[in-house]
Design a protein around this ligand. Structure first.
Ligand SMILES: [Zn+2]
Ligand SMILES: [Zn+2]
Length: 264
């Protein structure tokens, strides 16, 4: 739906989608490692990078906004120089070699959804994506936390009422369905029988599938616009953190893509 951060690659997909503040994010890293033991080093590196980035973002000056963000202008709000410096500092702490990359350019590329300046896997391409993702999502989460008062309370769409990025994950509970923004982590309530991407309310073209291996998570899809979203039922599955829920259910994204559905 929206290409604020169009990264590719397994961990970059998982780990750049969500914010990084330890005060509000409770990623269940141990469960993630259990599920993907072959990626343990990358996961631990990602955790380390995110903690360092979060710490620095907490110390930045964050603007107070007059209105929620428009998708087309979201890039204008990024203090590229400041965030580029954060990338550089974290990189120096975590990785042995200095990267041959312009972080400011890389941040802008990440935000616009274009190619990130080339780097080989040996030079740390995966780490670069993790650093960029952590910085961008960390910044927007903090921005949203400090601007909560301008966010409309009622919002039926699948794109965030604060930053206009798409939700990838939702939660079902006794009180209804909530979507979670993949960039700023804002949460909002939506109706269950309505596609949040095109507004379709016809139950004959709305459906879901689930997988036997992944209990308590359904992929809700719309045959009108072909989009899907993963919804975690908190009455069945004890995951309250959207990012963790997203990472643990990547097999469902794979299946949704195979069946011709489009990522939010
Ligand atoms: Zn948002
Ligand atoms: Zn739809």
């Amino acid at each position: 739906m929206n290409g604020v951060i169009l990264f590719s690659g397994f961990w970059s997909r998982c780990l750049t989608h969500y914010p990084t503040s330890p005060m509000v994010s409770a990623m269940q890293w141990d469960i993630i490692i259990q599920q993907y033991p072959e990626d343990v080093e990358t996961i631990q590196q990602a955790r380390d990078i995110r903690q360092r980035v979060t710490h620095r973002i907490q110390g930045l000056d964050i603007p107070l906004l007059a209105a929620p963000l428009e998708h087309d202008t979201i890039g204008d709000l990024i203090p590229v120089e400041t965030l580029g410096a954060v990338c550089r500092e974290v990189w120096k702490e975590v990785l042995p070699a200095a990267p041959e990359v312009d972080f400011e350019e890389a941040l802008l590329a990440a935000l616009s959804g274009s190619e990130i300046p080339g780097m080989s896997p040996e030079e740390g391409e995966e780490a670069l994506r993790i650093v960029l993702g952590a910085v961008v999502t960390g910044y927007f989460r903090r921005l949203r936390e400090l601007n909560e008062t301008i966010i409309p309370e009622t919002h039926l769409e699948g794109s965030c009422p604060f930053c206009s990025s798409s939700a990838r994950v939702g939660f079902d509970s006794e009180s209804g369905r909530t979507l979670v923004c993949s960039l700023c982590a804002h949460q909002w309530q939506v109706p269950r029988v309505r596609c949040p991407f095109c507004g379709n309310r016809d139950h004959t073209t709305l459906g879901y599938f689930e997988s036997e291996e992944i209990n308590g998570v359904r992929v809700y899809y719309c045959l009108e616009c072909k989009h899907y979203i993963k919804v975690i039922d908190t009455r069945i599955r004890d995951v309250s953190d959207a990012e963790t829920g997203d990472v643990l259910t990547l097999a469902l994204d794979e299946r949704a893509r195979q069946e011709g559905f489009l990522e939010p």
